[in-house]
Structures are given as structure tokens and as C-alpha cells.
Design a binder for this molecule. Structure first.
Ligand code: ZN
Length: 554
């Protein structure tokens, strides 16, 4: 009951409040907190975008939507974690920054989230301390006359560091998203303060600031962070932290950047938004921020109003897809297309469902092409088209598409991996190895790391290995147990998940689904995720856990 009541509040607030929208070419702001908030949020985001320009390797490839809720409780229902005061969320067709009016007062959190958004498109995965420190450093930009001031001190951070002291270099560098120094509110305060102080020094202190571009270049080239740091600054992190402790006691410098509002911003007009559009904007956000049950309620209400718009039908399709109701999702995607949908992800997801159901390529390829015709920055669609060309043996075309995908989302390990393999097949050894290194840098879990290491071994090896396709790597052949059961059959499909893959096998004894994990050993073979051209295999596995111990392709 409680959840239903919450949903009802969210739906009714989305419908009752007056929503407005204001947009420039790169950003759009939606808010129910009034015209002034809309203008101010847009202006703030344009300022940070301009101040951060030298740090971006490219323009933002996707439009960014900023949503500012007037009510804190409404914001809290959309946020992905219980401590976030604002958040950045990426979606296939656009990025989101979401905040509420009470924190947007000084707009520091909004600017902090913008930095995460911009970095997600322009850099490899960065050490956590460097990414958060950069976001904190740029979060304080302020205007003086026609110039932006960058690097204002944050008194709260300075106080914390002066009373608690700095974390040791080894502890500090090892903080990741699972660490209490990141997720525990009290501890995180100190970690953020230290990230900020160090990055402030690296950007503005004499002896450091001139070397910052070298550090950034080395990170971009895939050098390990500790090595990049040492080579750029001529000292290790521990020595730099000792400098930072001294730096904190000195007067703070700030930097100035010339700025004036763009014509786009000056001419931008606030427009009122109907309740259906507002509901759809929030519904779409909820799908991508992992709250499909809340989104479902919103779409159900919109549908009940009888609008039957392609957007609301597409929303229902996305929810069905996330629930695993493939038939329902296909039916709704077809409906959305018939209603005239111009959403690239509708064409893409529908194409993927057809492809997974082993439809002929002639049926889903045009849909993929249409998806990128509507939205060339739909990275997943570029990637899948790459796989299609690679399957046909057209590696040049595959590389074109993989490169676009990796440019849009440079933190996706599987994009770099596919690119590495295609370059390898084309005999471009140096590029192949570079992309294999980027795969490792982007890897987020043991399976991706193993895939990256296999690619590095392959691309740094002179001998050319047999035909391989991109996707999940089944690891190399070490001696190991072969499990307590064995089957011989055909591998027909691979479902790729976070840290393992599920292999669907057809045998004379029936169908099996077994898990390929880190413990799986056997032939080295790169498998594309999804439906396979049937491959003959013999498999040793543990009956209790369904874990594959050994796989041999025959
Ligand atoms: Zn952050």
C-alpha cells in the first residue's frame, strides 16, 4: 500500500504542478519550480559548460536534459541512491542531470554533476579521486564581471581536512565506489575534501599546473594512473599529498576565464509544458534511473487519458522490455512505430528483439540503420552495426561504426574490445594493441578484465590466431577440473551479464542453460553476445551450480 501511495503522489504532482521548459542547442531545462529557476539553471549549466571546455576532448555528443524538481521529496523518489543530492544519469538518446530546488540554490551540485556528464563522453575511466576532485574543483565557478572565477575555496572542505588530516596515499588512491570512504556519508565528506584539495593544487599551484596536460594525456593514452602521475609531476602521490597539506595553509589562488552568455542563451524562451509532456519526461527519466515500476504508473495514467502518443507507447514498450516480457515489448514497439515514433531507441530496441529472436538480417538491419539516421549518437546501435559488418567480413566498415560508438561512450569496454579485434584482423597491430589497452582501462569487472587481457595477449602476439568474433571471451586453456557432468551439443545463444555469461546449449537430451564464469577454462574463443550460428561444443560442468568448468569447441 505504501508504495502505491507514493506512486500516486508522484503521478499527481507531475500532473498538477505547472512545468516549464527552456532550451539552448546543447541543454534543455525542465522544472516545476518556476520561470526564474528555469532561467537560472540554464545559465548555470551554460557557464560551467564554457568553463569546462578546455577539459573536454570533444563537444557533448548527446543532448543534455536538466530536471529541477520544486519538491525535495519528489526528487528523492527518482534518485538512484539514498544519499544523492543531485545525480547524473546517462540514457541512450540523452543525458540527464536531476536536482531539486533546495540544493540548486547555489547550483554547486548541478555543476558537479555536469563535470561527470562531460567526462563520461570525453575521457577514459579516471581514478575516482581525480574524477571527483575535478568535479568539486569546477563546482565552485562564479562570475565576476565578464569573467568566470574558477577555484574558489570551499571552507567546509578546508575545515574538515584541517581537523581530521589527510588520508594516506595508499588508502586514498584505493577508494572505489564500493568503499566506505565513498559511500558512508561522514567518511565520504573527508574523501571529497581531499580530492578537491589535491586537484585544486594540481590545477593552480605553480610547479603543478603546467604539468596537468601531461598527466591528462598520459591517462588518455591508457597509462596506469600511478605511473602517469609520477611521469607527469616527477613525484608520487604520497609526496603530492604532503605538498597538498602545506598548500591548504596558504592563500588560495583562483583562475579567470572570459565569458559572456551565448546568443542561444539570451534568446532562449521559457515555454509552458502540458501535463502529459511533463509526465512523459519524468516517466522516461524513471526508466533509465532504474525505477520502472514508478514509470509504469505514469505511462498507465497517460494511456488512460487516451492520448495514445508514440512516446507513451514507447515508454510502455521499454518497461515491458526491462521486465523481460519480450512479446509485449515487440507488440508495443510495433505500435509506437506505426503511430509515427521518431525515437531512435524505439527502432534500435525493436531491431535487437528481432535479432535475438533469430529473424533474418534483412528484417532488423534497416531498423538499425534508421535508428542511427535519427540519432547518429546512439552508441549501442553503432556498435551492433559494427558487429553486423564484422560478421560479413567487412572489417573496414565495422571499424567505422565501432569508432563512433567508442567516441560517444569511451568508457565501454566492449566497444574498445571489438575495435581491437577488428584492427587486429586488418593487420593494424599498433592500433589493435592501443584499443586492447583501452579495453583494460574501461573494464569494470573480472569478466571484462579477462576479456581485455585476452585481447592484449592476442594483439601483442605476432602469430595470428584463428577466426574470432568480438564479445565475451572464454578464457585460455589452463589445466583444471572438468566438473562432475558432461554434455555434447550445440551452443546456440549467449546472454552476457555483468560478471558471467549464460550459454544456451541444445543437446539430444534437451536444452541446457549453463554459466560461463571466471572458473571456466578451455579453448580461447571470442563469442558475440546473443544468438549464435550453432557451434559444436563439449562441456564439462558442475551439475549443482550449472557452472561450466571446461569448454571445447569441436
Ligand atoms: Zn561526484
Amino acid at each position: 500500500m505504501r508504495r502505491l501511495a507514493l506512486i500516486a503522489i508522484l503521478v499527481s504532482q507531475a500532473e498538477a504542478a505547472e512545468w516549464v521548459r527552456i532550451a539552448t542547442s546543447a541543454f534543455e531545462v525542465y522544472t516545476d519550480a518556476g520561470e526564474e529557476t528555469a532561467r537560472e539553471a540554464l545559465s548555470q549549466i551554460e557557464r560551467i559548460h564554457s568553463a569546462f571546455a578546455p577539459m573536454r576532448s570533444r563537444d557533448l555528443p548527446l543532448p543534455a536534459r536538466i530536471i529541477v524538481f520544486s519538491s525535495r521529496s519528489e526528487f528523492e523518489r527518482t534518485r538512484p541512491s539514498s544519499t544523492a543530492e543531485a545525480f547524473f544519469q546517462s540514457g541512450p538518446e540523452r543525458d540527464y542531470i536531476v536536482a531539486h530546488r533546495s540544493v540548486s540554490g547555489n547550483y554547486r551540485v548541478l555543476r558537479h554533476e555536469y563535470v561527470h556528464l562531460a567526462l563520461s563522453h570525453s575521457s577514459s575511466r579516471l581514478p575516482l579521486w581525480f574524477e571527483e576532485g575535478t568535479a568539486e574543483f569546477y563546482s565552485t565557478i562564479d562570475i565576476s564581471g565578464t569573467r568566470l572565477r574558477i577555484g574558489e575555496p570551499i571552507p567546509d572542505h578546508i575545515r574538515k581536512l584541517q581537523s581530521a588530516g589527510l588520508l594516506e596515499a595508499a588508502v586514498f588512491a584505493a577508494v572505489d565506489r564500493g568503499s566506505p570512504w565513498y559511500s558512508d556519508r561522514d567518511k565520504a565528506g573527508l574523501f571529497y575534501a581531499q580530492c578537491w584539495a589535491l586537484v585544486h593544487m594540481m590545477n593552480l599551484a605553480p610547479g603543478y599546473r603546467g604539468r596537468m596536460p601531461v598527466f591528462a594525456d598520459k591517462l588518455a593514452a591508457g597509462d596506469p594512473p600511478a605511473q602517469a602521475f609520477h611521469e607527469a609531476f616527477g613525484k608520487n602521490l604520497a609526496a603530492a599529498l604532503a605538498d597538498a597539506a602545506y598548500y591548504l595553509r596558504r592563500p588560495f589562488r583562483v583562475a579567470h576565464v572570459a565569458w559572456e552568455p551565448s546568443q542561444h542563451e539570451i534568446q532562449a524562451q521559457v515555454e509552458r509544458i502540458g501535463r502529459t509532456e511533463a509526465a512523459l519526461v519524468i516517466g522516461e527519466l524513471l526508466i533509465y534511473s532504474g525505477k520502472p515500476e514508478l514509470a509504469e504508473e505514469i505511462y498507465a495514467r497517460v494511456e488512460k487519458d487516451g492520448t495514445g502518443s508514440p512516446e507513451s507507447v514507447a515508454g510502455s514498450a521499454m518497461i515491458a522490455l526491462r521486465r523481460g516480457s519480450t512479446r509485449e515489448a515487440m507488440r508495443q514497439f510495433e505500435r509506437a512505430i506505426a503511430l509515427g515514433s521518431r525515437q531512435a531507441s524505439v527502432f534500435f530496441e525493436y531491431a535487437m528483439l528481432l535479432r535475438d529472436s533469430r529473424a533474418e538480417a534483412e528484417r532488423y538491419r534497416p531498423l538499425l540503420e534508421q535508428a542511427i539516421a535519427i540519432q547518429p549518437s546512439l552508441a549501442e546501435a553503432q556498435f551492433i552495426l559494427g558487429l553486423e559488418y564484422s560478421r560479413e567480413g567487412n572489417e573496414e566498415k565495422a571499424v567505422e561504426h565501432y569508432r563512433k560508438a567508442a567516441e560517444i561512450l569511451p568508457r565501454q569496454a566492449n566497444f574498445w574490445h571489438a575495435l581491437a579485434l577488428s584492427y587486429h584482423k586488418l593487420g593494424q597491430r599498433e592500433l589493435a594493441l592501443r584499443c586492447a589497452r583501452r579495453t583494460l582501462q574501461a573494464a569494470r569487472n573480472p569478466a571484462e578484465m579477462e576479456m581485455a587481457e585476452a585481447a592484449i595477449r592476442l594483439t601483442s602476439n605476432q602469430q595470428v590466431e584463428p577466426e574470432r568474433r568480438s564479445g565475451v571471451a572464454t578464457p585460455g586453456s589452463w589445466q583444471s577440473s572438468t566438473g562432475d557432468s558432461a554434455i555434447v551439443g550445440q551452443l546456440v545463444r549467449v546472454d552476457c551479464e555483468e560478471s558471467e555469461a549464460r550459454l544456451h546449449l541444445k543437446t539430444s537430451a534437451g536444452d541446457f542453460i549453463l554459466r560461463a564464469t571466471r572458473n571456466t577454462r578451455g579453448d580461447v574463443r571470442q563469442l558475440e553476445c546473443g544468438v549464435q550460428k550453432p557451434l559444436n561444443v563439449s562441456v564439462g560442468y558442475d551439475a549443482a551450480t550449472k557452472e561450466i568448468r571446461r569448454i571445447v569447441f569441436r
